[in-house]
Design a binder for this molecule. Structure first.
Ligand code: FES
Length: 120
């Protein structure tokens, strides 16, 4: 399987810590290469570059809301990212374990909000 053809569902099944960035047509046009660079830089900054893989994936089915980055394990899709928000996702979610609700896909945002409410 070539670069960019990996499916995010496959990475989620494997479950290794990973940030899966869509590099298919629409996300590429929306700036996926910048997101790749920002994710790699933020993982270095967080001291996690050796533990968390950056993977390029095929389309993740959020084409109108790219660029898209999904945090694994857990399959958390973040939408409409830019380099600054990508850094926030890496530092707050991947390093600190605190998902960023404002950039999370709304279905996952609702699910997470319910889980937080149940814990309170
Ligand atoms: S092209 Fe990236 S989600 Fe479809």
């Amino acid at each position: 399987m070539g670069k960019g053809e990996v499916k995010v569902e496959h990475l989620a099944r494997v479950g290794q810590p990973c940030v899966a960035i869509c590099t298919a047509k629409h996300c590429k046009r929306a700036g996926a290469q910048q997101i790749l660079g920002a994710a790699q830089a933020a993982l270095l900054e967080a001291g996690l570059a050796a533990q968390v893989q950056v993977a390029e994936t095929a389309c993740q089915d959020h084409c109108d809301d790219g660029p898209v980055l999904t945090v694994i394990p857990g399959l958390y899709p973040y939408l409409s990212l830019n380099p600054a928000t990508t850094r926030d996702v890496i530092l707050q979610h991947v390093r600190d374990g605190q998902p960023l609700l404002e950039h999370l896909h709304r279905r996952f945002r609702r699910r997470l909000a319910r889980r937080v409410a149940e814990e309170e």
